[in-house]
Design a protein around this ligand. Structure first.
Ligand code: ATP
Length: 233
C-alpha cells in the first residue's frame, strides 16, 4: 500500500530553487534512503513533507489525504514525524522530559515511555540527564525516540549518522532495523552511501533539486549510485 505520494513537488529559499519538481512514492513498511551531495535539497524536501517549509508547487498526499494547507502540528497528528538535522532537543530539559513533551502530542499506538526506552536501552540510564549534556549519538537516539513518542506512521530522519562516532551509528541503525521489523515506514537522509544501501529497500539520489536515480537497493550498484551522486552518466 502506498503511504506517501509526492507529486511534482518544488520548494524554494527565496529565489533559490532547492527542490525542483520531484515525484515519488513510499510504500507502507518500506525504508527509503535519500542520498546526494551537500545542498542537493534533501533537508528541504523532508521539511516540506513535514510541513515545516512551504511547497512552491505540487503536493504531498499521505494515506490518500492531500496535505495542502495542513500545518506541521496537524501533520504530526496524522502520523508524520520529523527528526530534524541538528536534532533540536530542549537542552535544558532531561531526556525523559523531552520524551514526555512529545508524548503529549501522541496519537494512539504502541509507543510510550516504556516502549521507547526498551527500543533504546542506551537511554535508560540517561533519563534524568539534561539533553545538552549528551553525546552526539545519545542526542540522535533521544531525537528519534522523541519522534516515536508521537506514534508516527511515517518517520522522516534527516542526516541519520552525520557527526556520530561509528559505535553510535551502529546503535542508531540497530534501532532503525527494530523499527522496520515493527512495521514502521521510514524516509531517511543518509550521507553514508554504504549504510544507506545496506539498510534501505529503495534509494533515491538527489542532484541539484532533482531525482537523478531511483532504484530498489537490490538492483543497483554502489558505483551506479555514486555516478548519479556526481551527475555522471
Ligand atoms: P545538506 O546535506 O548540506 O543539508 P541538503 O541536500 O539537505 O544539503 P538543503 O539543505 O535542502 O540540501 O539545501 C538546498 C539548497 O537550499 C542549498 O543550496 C542551500 O544552500 C539552500 N538553503 C537551505 N536552507 C536555506 C535557508 N534557510 N536559506 C537560504 N537557502 C537555504
Amino acid at each position: 500500500m502506498t503511504l506517501l505520494e509526492v507529486e511534482n513537488l518544488a520548494a524554494r529559499h527565496g529565489l533559490l530553487q532547492a527542490v525542483r519538481g520531484v515525484s515519488f512514492t513510499v510504500d507502507q513498511g518500506e525504508i527509503l534512503a535519500i542520498v546526494g551531495a551537500n545542498g542537493a535539497g534533501k533537508s528541504t524536501l523532508l521539511r516540506t513533507i513535514a510541513g515545516a517549509h512551504p511547497a512552491a508547487q505540487g503536493g504531498v498526499r499521505f494515506d490518500g489525504t492531500d496535505l495542502a494547507g495542513v500545518p506541521a502540528h496537524k501533520r504530526v497528528g496524522l502520523g508524520i514525524a520529523l527528526v530534524p538535522e541538528g536534532r533540536k532537543l530542549f537542552g535544558e530539559l532531561t531526556v525523559e522530559e523531552n520524551l514526555a513533551v512529545a508524548g503529549r502530542r501522541s496519537r494512539p499506538g504502541p509507543w510510550d515511555l516504556k516502549a521507547v526506552l526498551d527500543a533504546f536501552p542506551m537511554l535508560e540510564p540517561l533519563r534524568g540527564h539534561r539533553a545538552s549534556s549528551l553525546s552526539g549519538g545519545q542526542q540522535q537516539a533521544t531525537s528519534i525516540a522523541r519522534a516515536l513518542m508521537t506514534n508516527p506512521r511515517l518517520l522522516l530522519i534527516d542526516e541519520v549518522s552525520l557527526g556520530l562516532a561509528p559505535v553510535a551509528v551502529d546503535a542508531v541503525y540497530e534501532s532503525v532495523r527494530t523499527l522496520k521489523d515493527a512495521g514502521a515506514t521510514l524516509l531517511i537522509v543518509e550521507q553514508d552511501l554504504g549504510r544507506a544501501l545496506s539498510v534501505a529497500d529503495r534509494v533515491l539520489c538527489f542532484l541539484e533539486g532533482r531525482i537523478a536515480l531511483s532504484a530498489p537497493t537490490g538492483e543497483v550498484t554502489r558505483e551506479q549510485v555514486t555516478a548519479a551522486y556526481f551527475g555522471l552518466d
